[in-house]
Design a protein around this ligand. Structure first.
Ligand SMILES: [Zn+2]
Length: 79
């Protein structure tokens, strides 16, 4: 299961109910050595509503470690 794709497919905006999302991954900048060695742990997924711009952040490290990811996405976006 591709997490980014699944989020985009299931997205429902919590603010306006729109179902079109823009999903982007970005690395939060750490400081010093963590910037070099800990990039995986600073990565986030930003999900923006294409209608109202409301943006949610998810931590892919947590979600991708779940073996019931599909159920969790159902909870987040109401199935
Ligand atoms: Zn919206």
């Amino acid at each position: 299961m591709n997490l980014d794709h699944e989020i985009e497919r299931r997205f429902v905006c919590a603010k306006c109910g729109n179902v079109r999302a823009s999903v982007k991954r970005f690395a939060a900048t750490g400081t010093g050595l963590s910037k070099l060695f800990d990039i995986q742990h600073n990565e986030f997924i930003a999900v923006s509503c294409q209608q109202c711009g409301f943006t949610e952040l998810y931590n892919p490290e947590i979600l991708e470690g779940k073996n019931n990811l599909s159920n969790i996405l159902d909870l987040i976006f109401g199935g």
